[in-house]
Design a protein around this ligand. Structure first.
Ligand code: ADP
Length: 293
């Protein structure tokens, strides 16, 4: 069982008190990632002329879970989409600054965005299985990219096992994936991401459409998956960030100098327990204690 330490944050005005449970880490998380998978240097993201996110510097550690938190519109989804070049697909979206992935410029000439998205998979807010059988959902990606596994059956089984779904679906692999529950569909999408042997799994609010039991299963699964993968998750649920992540990046949106537009910025990035128990920035403290806005 995971021991939990409880941090109680009391609003000075006594309007509200928040309790955030910070899991006691068995392995101490080092102050900085031992090995960075991503290194972001002064990243700015525009949609047309609109600056959505400015000046982000961040290192994402290998085999860690990194959470992006912050109020709606502060650029969390924008940033996570930069990490596998999904923003390339949005007309007008432009990334400035540098994003290194294992020491290589992710946006450099000669980098194939399709290969990037194979190595850096993504799971979305709403489960989006293909309207195909459970089996074909998993086998589709490997086929499209020309993987030639010794046995597709084994690859499908392994992927479903890794996503903690095998026992529930092994007798109905030919059934349409849309017949599964929402939580099962989301684990299927995780299995689908795993099937193409990624290095990183990005998750953009993966539990926000799920009930608490399904959410718990996905959170347990993430803990398992981080042994093999690096995980980045956007979540608006602070309890979830506190429960599952090793590091947390807190973003907010503020008016940029000389402009009325509110643009996103990274306020603070640290070990999750520090963010929730001893944040360095008042804006982080206000947010994690529920005094924001
Ligand atoms: P968050 O994930 O923190 O809620 P987003 O990354 O979705 O924030 O949005 C950040 C800012 O960028 C917001 O002002 C939003 O309106 C804007 N934005 C997001 N996606 C687009 C888009 N496709 N086109 C134009 N503006 C966008």
């Amino acid at each position: 069982m995971t021991q939990e330490r409880t941090q109680v944050s009391q609003d000075e005005d006594q309007h509200e008190s928040r309790i955030v449970n910070i899991p006691e880490r068995r392995d101490e998380i080092p102050p900085a990632p031992a090995e960075a998978v991503f290194r972001l240097d002064d990243v700015h993201v525009y949609y047309g002329k609109f600056l959505a996110l400015r000046g982000v510097n961040l290192e994402i550690g290998r085999n860690e879970i990194t959470a992006f938190i912050g109020p709606s519109g502060c650029g969390k989804s924008t940033l996570i989409r930069c990490l596998n070049r999904m923003n390339d697909l949005i007309p007008g979206a432009r990334v400035e600054g540098k994003i290194d992935y294992h020491g290589q410029d992710l946006y450099g000439a000669g980098v194939d965005p399709v290969e990037v998205r194979r190595r850096i998979g993504m799971v979305f807010q709403k489960p989006n299985p293909f309207p195909k059988s459970i089996y074909d959902n998993i086998a589709f990606g490997p086929k499209v990219i020309g993987m030639q596994p010794q046995s597709m059956d084994e690859l499908v089984e392994r992927s479903l096992r890794s996503a903690a779904l095998w026992d529930e679906v092994k007798d109905k692999l030919k059934q349409n994936a849309l017949s599964l529950s929402g939580g099962q569909q989301q684990r299927l999408c995780i299995a689908r991401a795993i099937a193409v042997s990624p290095d990183v799994i990005l998750m953009d609010e993966p539990c926000s459409a799920l009930d608490p039991v399904s959410t718990g299963r996905i959170e347990d699964l993430m803990e398992e998956l981080k042994r093999d993968y690096t995980i980045v998750i956007v979540t608006h649920n602070m309890q979830q960030a506190a429960r599952i992540s090793d590091r947390t990046a807190f973003f907010t949106a503020e008016a940029a100098e000389g402009s009325g537009d509110r643009t996103g910025l990274l306020v603070e990035y640290d070990r999750t327990d520090s963010i929730f128990t001893s944040p360095a920035d008042k804006r982080t403290e206000d947010y994690v204690t529920g005094r924001f806005g």
